[in-house]
Write a protein that binds this ligand. Structure first.
Ligand code: R1P
Ligand code: URA
Length: 291
């Protein structure tokens, strides 16, 4: 599934915003050193433009092993010199996330849930900014639970939505709730849909619901706690389906919101989430960013 996405994005590359990745924090420029704590990288100890300046695609997913396997797969697909098994974890100085660079592709793990991916995204966006990367496309390759779909269906996200099926992400800042949009890019979703049709993979475009919990949050009956009946669960999932939800996972809203805030507001070209084998999902967004 993943190479299909990357091939597709590369073909359409000229459509992307030719901009350097930017951050939305005036304090960063005044700092003598920026430490990317959870990557074990810093602007003082590492030459980020030299290490990462040629990055065009960033693929993120929850599991460290998956993202290593994906990097090895990309190494093979891109026919890069050397042995895929020898690729090195750039973040080996920390066990929070793993990161592999294969040519213009960066493969990073982000753990489970919004807080974990959010920390990773702060540091990733800063890294791409410091490295002066341009025209970067960001994908999430993950797993998800399908809603009303046959197992194995790939879901390309139209909108990332919250538990109330709203396309928004709520972040508490200084004790106040800030709401950020998670609207996504239609054009990119359609590109991916076209790619899947050429590969004969069952694929739909639909909304992806992001929850803060795998069990009760997703209407599961098999957690340590369950405060609802089977009928109530089905009713909620039915409402979700009617609202256009086709899969459920745990990172898409913050992924979409952060990339959007760091992007061209008027372009609104953003995320998607894919799900495969009931459980394989990928979300993607452009983070070609402007002021
Ligand atoms: O497959 P990954 O990328 O880990 O994502 C999904 O799997 C985890 C739950 O099992 C959550 O993080 C969910 O979003
Ligand atoms: O969040 C998730 C991830 C995989 N499968 C699910 O059902 N939910």
């Amino acid at each position: 599934m993943a190479p299909i996405l990357l091939n597709c994005m590369e073909n359409e590359h000229n459509d992307y915003i030719k901009q350097q990745v930017q951050v939305k924090n005036p304090y960063l420029d005044t700092m003598e050193e920026d430490i990317l704590y959870h990557f074990s990288l810093s602007t003082k100890t590492h030459n980020l433009p030299e290490m990462f300046g040629d990055i065009k695609f960033v693929c993120v997913g929850g599991s460290a092993n998956r993202m290593k396997a994906f990097a090895q797969f990309m190494h093979h697909e891109l026919k890069l010199p050397g042995i895929p098994e020898d690729i090195k974890d750039i973040c080996e100085g920390t066990d929070r996330y793993c990161m592999y660079k294969v040519g213009p592709v960066l493969s990073i793990s982000h753990g489970m849930g919004v807080p974990s991916i959010s920390i990773m995204l702060h540091e990733l966006i800063k890294l791409l900014h410091h490295a002066q990367c341009r025209d970067v496309v960001l994908f999430r390759l993950g797993t998800s639970g399908g809603v009303g779909l046959a197992p194995g269906t790939v879901v390309i996200t139209d909108k990332a939505v919250d538990y109330s099926f709203r396309p928004q992400f709520e972040q508490v800042v200084l004790g106040k709730v800030i709401t950020r949009s998670t609207e996504l890019d239609e054009g990119v979703a359609n590109e991916l849909l076209q790619c899947s049709s050429s590969q004969n993979i069952p694929t739909v475009i639909g909304n992806t619901m992001c929850t803060h919990d795998f069990y009760e949050g997703q209407g599961r009956l098999d957690g340590a706690l369950c405060s609802f009946s089977h009928e109530e669960k089905l009713e909620y999932l039915r409402k979700a389906y009617e609202a256009g939800v086709r899969n459920i996972e745990m990172e898409s809203t913050v992924f979409a919101a952060m990339c959007r805030v760091c992007g061209l507001k008027d372009r609104q070209k953003y995320t998607s989430v894919l799900s495969k084998n009931l459980q394989h999902a990928a979300s993607f967004t452009k983070i070609s960013v402007s002021s």
